[in-house]
Ligand binder design. Sequence first.
Ligand code: HEM
Length: 207
Amino acid sequence: MAAFTPTGRRLTAVKAVVFLLALVPLARMVLRIRAGEVVEPLEFLTRGTGDWVLYFLCLTLAVTPLRRLSGWNWLIKLRRMLGLFAFFYASLHFLCFIWFDHFFDLQAMWKDVLKRPFITVGFTAFVLLVPLAVTSTNGMVRRLGGKRWQWLHRLVYVIAPLGILHFWWMKAGKHNFTEPIIFGSIVALLLAFRVYWATAKKVPARA
Ligand code: HEM
């Protein structure tokens, strides 16, 4: 199969489409609330943004396996945008929490972060996302150097499981594990590809 390789203007167009598509969930949430279709808008926004953090984390982690399996190397050019959208939705999710749950009372928010384990885990995942977002520019890759930058960005391998744990813990209260199991399996599979490729690379070197 000939590899589909958009370059130049086509790649810019693909990026623009992905950018617009990534904003659709937010627009849909806002429109549904404005249309009065939602019974509990604050909970709906908090949960909706939380879901999209997880989806974008999965999409970001899917880029490398998809690229390697399909030969579509250009997919790597979408990875930064997908990762930044994970951070964007995480920031909105966090904003919902401090606004709707604590009305910007930072002391109360902090107490809640320390008191409820599922919030502690979500907060940790969010804090770890910050350095990745800050160092996502080409300038920062140059300043850190490729190797150090790569090591830092491996934090995503911790962030995604923490996101799953956060989701799992939240759903545990309702004994509803279906979605955490589905997303946990997706994240596990996406990470398993990395483990497999990393060990497969080492075996001939040792031999
Ligand atoms: C990488 C970071 C995070 C991810 C992936 C994530 C993901 C999620 C997901 C998937 C949900 C469930 C949505 C649903 O019911 O369908 C959720 C709910 C929630 N998250 Fe997060 N979250 C993250 C960070 C945070 C942070 C930083 C906070 C606050 C400090 C937070 C607070 C909450 C709250 C309050 C809920 C709703 C609980 C409820 O309605 O009972 N999350 N999150």
